[in-house]
Design a protein around this ligand. Structure first.
Ligand code: M6R
Length: 616
């Protein structure tokens, strides 16, 4: 998955493209490149590394004049085909040097096309599928004497896979052709300019008028401001539907924090409040997507939740809540596994798909499979207008605001909040939860934003712990019941940003193998809040102590028993067990952040990762 950007207008394209790429780096940052077009030619710059490296390379080596031009395209890469290096970086150029292409996605049948084109004499410099596509377009264009747009259209009909592309012809820099299938592509439009990007954020300073290209659509953009929208399969002309985007620019800036991740952790009192806004009032839970499908939820025989990564951890918490409050059997599946087996889904079943981005390839494939099997598909998603949001039968937005840090934080707590609302609502409608319990939990849910704010004031203890353990190679995270998925999430956070190996386990499962790892060097983070398994957790702590492991315990304020045993304690406010994941995860997020920070890692852009995984 990658970020793509393009500009066609009257301003200099270079600063728009380079600054836009910086905002798209959450999609990939192992290499990047741009092409700036002038009449009759273009300049191409590519490099391994981040957009910062690209900018550095350009400002050292390139004359100002070379950067001038009012048409430009740019790309920031997360490698799929071919290692990250200068040659595999985009844009890719066709053999005749006439066509220049950027691409986000994956061409599944590229190998067969490459063999075909090689036999026709085409030479390939890179290992990418994109270079195959740009040469296929050139071949079809020249063989059939076609316009660029028609050659693109016919070529795309030969392609199996996913793409969003932008292509420019060297001799016609007054035109950009764009197309989309599977991967996202937004087109920003104002009086005299076109902006293209994988999401609208890079061009928000210039325009709020956005056309979201749909799958199977392409557009021909011209400098005279002509916009020609077409269907890729049959070339039918389409009428563009433009929406106005309402987004506060402050939401996508760092606001004084060193990293987006830290800012997003500290935003959680507000984001959870926003998730609840208009949905919880006293004891009333009002959710549009459920009200209008209430019979489906009342009669559901079973619910399957599919997701990936952090969203999968939130799903596990959803399983506890839905089974507890609504007494409906729930299965949680990795989207990547669900899509490749033949799951038994019956008509009265509900499939819930959860994704922050709404564009994770495996989750989207699972969504399509569930629909094909006749399930009612309910979506939980953060990105408004994403593929997931547009293709489910009903759903709820998490309203966490843009999440830029690759490590998910605020989207996790927003997802749990939505699942909590959902489970309470269905439980009430199915008469499976007593009125008193329902009432109490609604009240406590309303108090969560303030409790989150209090919980986050633990800088000192997080600092001390991080300084003690930043050199270790392994961590273990333990939790039980509804806090077992939180242990998994804590371990994931640590792994992905600090590169310290970490494992999450249900605490009692320790005895069945992992306990062999415990020695005096092993820090064990254990969620030991007061709940139905508190005494059992104390037993687990004793077992670790007996083997000299170091205990970092998350406890309720005023806890005595665990505090006597632990090496370090992190206190959180008291809350019902069912809501506790919303608080217990916060120290784990902060701990992962701090350890990564002390180890000098780029917290927002961990190696090998990208914000949305749009390849399977
Ligand atoms: O956008 P999604 O929620 O579908 O993304 C799924 C995972 O890729 C994601 O949760 C990933 O595990 C997190 N960024 C990890 O912090």
């Amino acid at each position: 998955m990658c970020g793509i950007i393009g500009y066609l207008g009257y301003r200099e394209a270079y600063p728009i493209i380079i600054n836009g790429l910086k905002k798209l780096e959450y999609r990939g940052y192992d290499s990047s490149g741009i092409a700036i077009f002038y009449d009759g030619g273009y300049n191409l710059y590519k490099t391994i590394g981040s957009v910062y490296e690209l900018e550095k390379k350009i400002s050292y080596n390139i004359k100002i004049d070379e950067k001038k031009g009012t048409t430009g395209i740019g790309h920031t890469r997360w490698a799929t085909h071919g290692i990250p290096n200068d040659i595999n970086a985009h844009p890719h150029v066709s053999n005749s040097n006439e066509l220049i292409l950027i691409h986000n996605g994956i061409i599944e049948n590229y190998h067969a096309i490459k063999i075909f084109l090689s036999k026709k004499g085409f030479i390939f410099n890179s290992k990418t599928d994109t270079e195959v596509l740009v040469n296929l377009i050139e071949y079809i264009k020249n063989e059939n004497q076609l316009s660029l747009e028609e050659a693109v259209r016919i070529s795309l009909n030969e392609i199996i896979g996913a793409y969003s592309i932008a292509i420019v012809e060297k001799s016609h820099p007054e035109r950009i052709v764009i197309a989309k299938l599977g991967s996202p592509l937004a087109l920003g439009i104002n009086d005299k300019e076109f902006f293209i990007a994988s999401d609208p954020i890079p061009f928000l300073n210039y325009t709020r008028n956005v056309l979201d290209l749909k799958d199977g659509e392409m557009a021909i953009l011209k400098r005279n401001h002509e916009l020609d929208l077409r269907k890729i399969t049959n070339n039918h002309k389409l009428s563009p539907s433009i929406r106005e985007l309402h987004i506060n620019l402050k939401q996508i800036e760092k606001g004084g924090y060193k990293y987006f991740m830290l800012k997003e952790i500290h935003e959680q009192p507000k984001t959870i409040f926003d998730t609840l806004r208009g949905r919880l009032s006293n004891e009333l839970i009002c959710i549009e997507g459920i009200e209008s499908n209430i019979d489906r939820f009342i009669n559901a025989k079973s619910i399957t939740i599919v997701a990936c990564g952090t969203s999968w951890h939130a799903s596990l918490i959803g399983e506890y809540l839905l089974e507890d409050f609504a007494k409906v059997p729930v299965e949680v599946e990795y989207a990547s596994e669900f899509r490749y087996r033949n799951p038994i889904i019956e008509e009265q079943d509900i499939v819930i798909v959860i994704s922050q981005s709404g564009e994770t390839a495996d989750t989207i494939a699972a969504l399509k499979l569930a629909k094909a099997k006749g399930a009612f598909v309910f979506g939980i998603c953060n990105v408004v207008g994403s593929f997931l949001a547009r293709n489910v039968d009903a759903g709820m937005y998490t309203h966490a605001g843009p999440e830029i840090g690759v490590a998910s934080t605020k989207s996790f707590t927003a997802q749990i909040t939505v699942l909590f609302l959902l489970a309470l609502k269905i439980g009430k409608q199915r008469s499976k939860i007593t009125h008193d319990r329902y009432k109490l939990l609604c009240k406590e849910l309303g108090s969560i934003p303030e409790k989150v704010r209090i919980t986050l004031k633990i800088d000192n203890i997080i600092d001390t712990i991080s300084r003690n353990y930043h050199n270790v190679e392994n961590f273990i995270y333990l939790g039980r019941g509804i806090n077992f998925p939180v242990a998994l999430e804590g371990a994931l956070k640590l792994k992905e940003i600090s590169y310290i190996h970490a494992e999450g386990y249900p605490a009692a499962e320790m005895k069945h193998g992992p306990i062999a790892l415990i020695d005096e060097k092993m820090p064990v983070v254990i969620i030991a809040t007061q709940n139905s398994v508190y005494e059992k957790i104390i037993g687990n702590i004793q077992e670790i102590k007996a083997r000299k492991g170091k205990i970092i315990a998350i406890v309720n304020k005023g806890d005595f028993q665990v505090s006597m045993l632990a090496d370090h304690i992190i206190e959180i406010p008291t809350i019902s067990e069912e809501l506790s994941p919303l608080l217990t995860v916060l120290p784990l997020q902060l701990l992962a952040y701090k350890l990564a920070y002390i180890r000098g890692k780029n917290v927002d852009q961990p190696r090998n990762l990208a914000k949305s995984v749009t390849v399977e």
